[in-house]
Every structure is written in structure tokens, then in C-alpha cells.
Design a protein around this ligand. Sequence first.
Ligand SMILES: Nc1ncnc2c1ncn2[C@@H]1O[C@H](COP(=O)(O)OP(=O)(O)OP(=O)(O)O)[C@@H](O)[C@H]1O
Length: 237
Amino acid sequence: MEPLLRFERLSKTIAGHTPRLLFKEIAASVMPSDKIAIVGPSGQGKSTLLRILSLLELHDAGTIYLQEVCSTAWQPKDWRKKVCYVAQQPFMLEGSVEDNLRAVSKLHRSEYDSQAAEELLSKLGLAGIDKSTHAATLSGGEKQRISLIRSLLLRAEIILLDEITASLDHHHKLAVEQVLEEWQAATGAAWIWITHDMEQAARVANQIWVIEDGSLTIHKDTQKFFSTLSLKEGVEE
Ligand SMILES: Nc1ncnc2c1ncn2[C@@H]1O[C@H](COP(=O)(O)OP(=O)(O)OP(=O)(O)O)[C@@H](O)[C@H]1O
């Protein structure tokens, strides 16, 4: 089976007065249905990597392939139909909740799947939401869930999730995980999910990527990764 997404020798330095290397010559591939969690200390480039993989930011060197076709040969719009980035800070488009939910079908001139939208709203605790509400007035947690639903309706093949449950309480966090599990089982989409919550990473991933000190380390044996981690934490306590 060919990888859905693959990158090699990928490097990124943040320009500025004192340029800062985020990562150098990292490589990995994502297969259909892969569930990957990215963990690692703050400020190491996790979000930057996801933005680069969704062509929202430029890398300095290296190559990214989607379905084995180099990113430079893709129209960004076509790429983003297949690779969808869900930002940590949800941003609402102008207009109502309904406008936001319909945005993707409008953009891509595809039919709006109201049944899927209603199901997702209900599963994420938003069944009673007034869809004529101005989206800008929603709470942070509501915006985050609406932004996730809007992204899922795109039916991308790879979903890049950037700390998407950061402003949700435990109950809603688990609801989001459940919805994504069901979505993944039904659509076969792969995800790369940035989280600082190790318990969440253990629940949602069957592969762990650690970004630290400019490198990417891939742990395919998640059980081993978490047992080594708890051993370390035990020693440090
Ligand atoms: N376009 C940019 N211009 C300047 N600095 C940037 C830019 N993008 C990222 N940075 C800086 O690069 C570093 C890495 O940011 P990034 O958000 O990718 O890290 P992260 O590992 O996701 O962090 P966190 O876990 O805290 O979200 C940070 O210090 C950030 O301020």
C-alpha cells in the first residue's frame, strides 16, 4: 500500500534576529487509517509541522508527497480537500453557525450533508444550538466543536488536529474522541493529533511521534512508549 502522505528531509528554521531551528531533515509517512499523536515540549515546532503539511506555511527544505505526488505539483486547494488542518484556536467564518457548517460544501460546490451535520452536532452536545446564532458570539468550546464539524464535513483523507480539545471539559473531550473514532472507522481517514495530554495520546493513537530538539522520533509500539514513559515518571517522582 502506498503512503497517503510522506515527507523527507524536511527542515524549518524560524527567521529573525536570532534564527531558530525547529526541525532538521525529519522524515515520516502516514498510511491510510493511521492514528498518530504528536507529543513533545512546547515551542518545538509541532503546530508548525502540521501547518506545513497542510500547505499553510512554507518549509525551508525537503519534500512532501501526497499520494506520492510532490506538493509542488498540487493546487493548494486540491491538497487541502484531502489534508485538513483543524487549528488550536478555532476561527469562525463571518455569519451564522449554519453558514459555518455549510462553508465547505459552498467552497467546493458539493452537496451539504445535513444528516451528517446534525448527527455530529448531536454527538458533540450541540443538538440544541440555534443555527442562526452569529458564530462569533459562541463560547470557545462551542467554536472548537463547530470548527471540528465544519472540517469533518470536508471528508478529508488526513485530518491534522492541533490540540483541538484544549478548551473542552473532560466530558466533551471524550465526546470528541468518540466522534473521531467513529468517523475514522466509517471513512478510513488518517489523523495526526497534537496533544499535551499523554492519557489522550494513549487513547487516540496507535503511533507516537515525538518532536524535540530539532528531531522527530517515531514510536510505532505505543504500548512500549507509554510503559517506558510511566517508568521514567515513576523514577522522577
Ligand atoms: N511564523 C512564525 N514566525 C515567528 N515565529 C514563529 C512562527 N511560527 C512559529 N514560530 C515560533 O516557533 C516556535 C514553535 O512554534 P510551534 O507553535 O510550532 O510549537 P509547538 O511545538 O506546537 O508548541 P506548543 O506545544 O506550545 O503549541 C515557537 O517559539 C513560535 O513562537
